[in-house]
Design a protein around this ligand. Structure first.
Ligand SMILES: NC(=O)c1ccc[n+]([C@@H]2O[C@H](COP(=O)([O-])OP(=O)(O)OC[C@H]3O[C@@H](n4cnc5c(N)ncnc54)[C@H](O)[C@@H]3O)[C@@H](O)[C@H]2O)c1
Length: 271
C-alpha cells in the first residue's frame, strides 16, 4: 500500500546490487511512495547487470561511482540534480565492504592496507558524500540523509571483524556531520542499525546464518527483514520525522535491549 509519503521528493540511492540488497528494496519503496530517484553503484557492480533491471523498472537513471572518489561523488550529485530537476531531498548510503572479511583474515591478523580500504569504503565515504553534497549545496532544506549500520559498532560480535570498527566510525560521522549539516542547512543525518539480513554483504560475515538464527530467537519481534528496513528508511526520508537527527536508530525487533530470551534459555535447558 502506498501513502505518497515522498510525493514531490527527489532522492539518490547508493548501493543496490541485486534483489537481496537493502538499497534495492528502498529504491522500490521510494518510487512506490511517489519519489523520483537516481541509483548509484560501482562500475564493477553495474557490469554485473542486475542494477540495470532495477533502473528500467523504476525509470531511474544509474550513475556509476566509486563512493571513495570525490570526483565520482561530484558527478552523482551534479547529474542527479540535472536529471531530477532540482535539489535532492534524501540520500541513502547503503555501502559496505571489507577486504579482510572477504579474505577471511582473522581480526588479530588483519592487513592494515585492507583496513584502510574497509574504513574508506564503509565509513569515510559517508563523510565524502556529505562534504561533496554540502559544497555543491545539493541537498534541499529539511533533507534527510541515512546510512545503514549494525550493532557490532557497540558490542562485539565474533566474525564481524574490522567492519565493527567501520560501523563505529560511520555512526560517529553521522553525529558529527549531522550537527554541522543541521545547523548550517537544516539537513537531517541518521543511521539505521539493522538486524542481520541475508544479502551479498551479509553473507560475507563468518557465522552469519547462526547469528541470524540467534538474533531471531533473542528478539521479541524477531529479526527485521530488508523490506521492513526499507519501510523505516521511507519514514525517515518523509516529512514525518523532520526533527530526528544525529541518531543511531535500532531497527532490530528489540535485539539491542535484550540480555536473554526464553527461547534461547530453552535451548540450554533442553541440552
Ligand atoms: N546484511 C546485513 O546483515 C546488514 C545488517 C546491518 C547493516 N547492513 C549494512 O547495510 C548496507 C547494505 O548492505 P546489504 O546488506 O544490502 O548488502 P549488499 O552487498 O547488497 O550492498 C553493499 C553495497 O555496497 C556497494 N559497494 C561496495 N564498495 C563500494 C564502493 N567503493 N563504492 C560504492 N559502492 C560500493 C556494493 O556494490 C553493494 O551494492 C551496508 O552498509 C551493510 O553493512 C547490512
Amino acid at each position: 500500500m502506498s501513502y505518497n509519503l515522498l510525493k514531490g521528493k527527489r532522492g539518490i540511492v547508493f548501493g543496490a546490487l541485486n534483489e537481496m540488497s537493502i538499497a534495492w528494496k528502498v529504491a522500490e519503496k521510494a518510487v512506490e511512495e511517489s519519489a523520483t530517484i537516481t541509483l548509484s553503484n560501482t562500475p564493477m557492480s553495474l557490469r554485473m547487470g542486475e542494477v540495470n533491471v532495477l533502473g528500467e523498472k523504476l525509470n531511474a537513471k544509474i550513475i556509476a561511482a566509486d563512493a571513495t572518489s570525490i570526483e565520482d561523488l561530484e558527478q552523482v550529485f551534479v547529474q542527479s540534480m540535472e536529471i531530477l530537476g532540482g535539489k535532492i531531498d534524501f540520500v541513502l548510503h547503503s555501502i559496505g565492504m571489507s577486504p579482510n572479511v572477504r579474505k577471511n583474515i582473522p581480526y588479530d591478523e588483519i592487513d592494515y592496507g585492507n583496513l584502510d580500504k574497509t574504513l574508506d569504503i564503509s565509513a569515510i565515504s559517508f563523510h565524502k558524500m556529505m562534504q561533496t553534497a554540502k559544497k555543491l549545496d545539493a541537498i534541499a532544506e529539511g533533507g534527510s540523509i541515512l546510512a545503514l549500520t549494525h550493532i557490532a559498532a557497540q558490542r562485539t560480535f565474533a566474525g564481524y571483524n574490522d567492519m565493527a570498527d567501520a560501523k563505529a566510525l560511520l555512526e560517529s560521522i553521522a553525529r558529527s556531520f549531522g550537527y554541522v549539516y543541521g545547523k548550517d542547512k537544516g539537513v537531517r543525518v541518521n543511521t539505521i542499525s539493522q538486524s542481520p539480513t541475508l544479502t551479498t554483504a551479509g553473507q560475507g560475515i563468518s557465522g552469519m546464518t547462526s547469528f541470524i538464527d540467534f538474533a531471531e530467537k533473542m528478539s521479541p519481534l524477531g529479526n527485521a527483514n530488508a523490506d521492513e528496513c526499507a519501510d523505516y528508511c521511507i519514514v525517515m526520508f518523509s516529512d514525518l520525522t523532520r526533527k530526528v537527527t544525529m541518531q543511531n536508530l535500532f531497527h532490530d525487533g528489540g535485539f539491542s535491549n535484550m540480555g536473554m530470551s526464553s527461547s534461547i534459555a530453552e535451548e540450554y535447558i533442553s541440552r
